[in-house]
Design a protein around this ligand. Structure first.
Ligand SMILES: N[C@@H](CCC(=O)N[C@@H](CS)C(=O)NCC(=O)O)C(=O)O
Length: 216
């Protein structure tokens, strides 16, 4: 199987996780951010992740990919744990702030999808009407970091184990880890102890890298 992704894409991280967690080999291919043609030729629109199955057909939508792999590969499904509405709520609250912290940083981190100037320009243009300018977002960093930190204090109390946020792997891990992982690109954001241990353990288990080493 082959997975088409962007390195920064949290939806792609969801799909990557299930392969890593189940120890299933998948070839990962990073598309350039301005490559419209490849995804359109596969699924009819510009969107990643895209899974190319063994039979050559293409599957979009991160959660469909997760469910397909979990139910059809390996001994048995692993996302069996019960979900927590408190985790869902906190993810939604973090997502009010994270995009503005991350987007201006992504383009400076030598990610493969941004390896040409045109790919960077295309990304910046695509966000221009949807959010504050990247320069304005960077100015807001301290305020945004402070808001995320307050939510981290609440999340810290909810993490039951570094191996699975609710104690047993569940869809919550597939949703929570990518959200936290992307925030590791923010240098001045402090991760409380349990959240950091969760990030590090989940990165190891799922084989999805963190951004601490290139945080800005
Ligand atoms: N519902 C989709 C959302 C995927 C998505 O929004 N991917 C973004 C990248 S993070 C994308 O491909 N956007 C189109 C673009 O980059 O132009 C999923 O869960 O897979």
């Amino acid at each position: 199987m082959k997975l088409y992704i962007y390195e920064h894409c949290p939806f792609c991280a969801r799909a990557r996780m299930i392969f890593g967690l189940k120890n299933i080999l998948v070839e990962q291919h990073v598309l350039l951010s301005d490559d419209n043609q490849s995804p359109i030729s596969m699924i009819g629109e510009k969107m990643v992740p895209i899974l190319q199955k063994d039979d050559g057909s293409f599957m979009p939508e991160s959660l469909d990919i997760v469910s397909y792999v979990d139910n059809n590969y390996g001994d048995k499904p692993i996302l069996t744990g019960v979900r927590s509405s408190k985790i869902t709520e906190l993810i939604q609250q973090i997502q009010q702030y994270d995009y503005r912290l991350e987007c201006p940083r992504y383009i400076k981190m030598n990610l493969l999808e941004f390896s040409t100037q045109n790919a960077i320009d295309d990304f910046v243009t695509s966000k221009a009407n949807k959010m504050d300018s990247f320069a304005d977002c960077l100015v807001q960093s301290d305020t945004l970091i402070s808001a995320v930190s307050k939510l981290f204090d609440k999340l810290e109390l909810l993490i039951i184990s570094p191996n699975a946020c609710n104690g047993t792997l569940s869809l919550d891990d597939i949703l929570l880890f990518p959200t936290l992982r992307n925030l590791t690109c923010v240098k001045d954001l402090v991760f409380p102890k349990k959240i950091k241990a969760y990030l590090q353990q989940m990165a190891k288990q799922s084989k999805v890298d963190l951004f601490f080493d290139r945080a800005i």
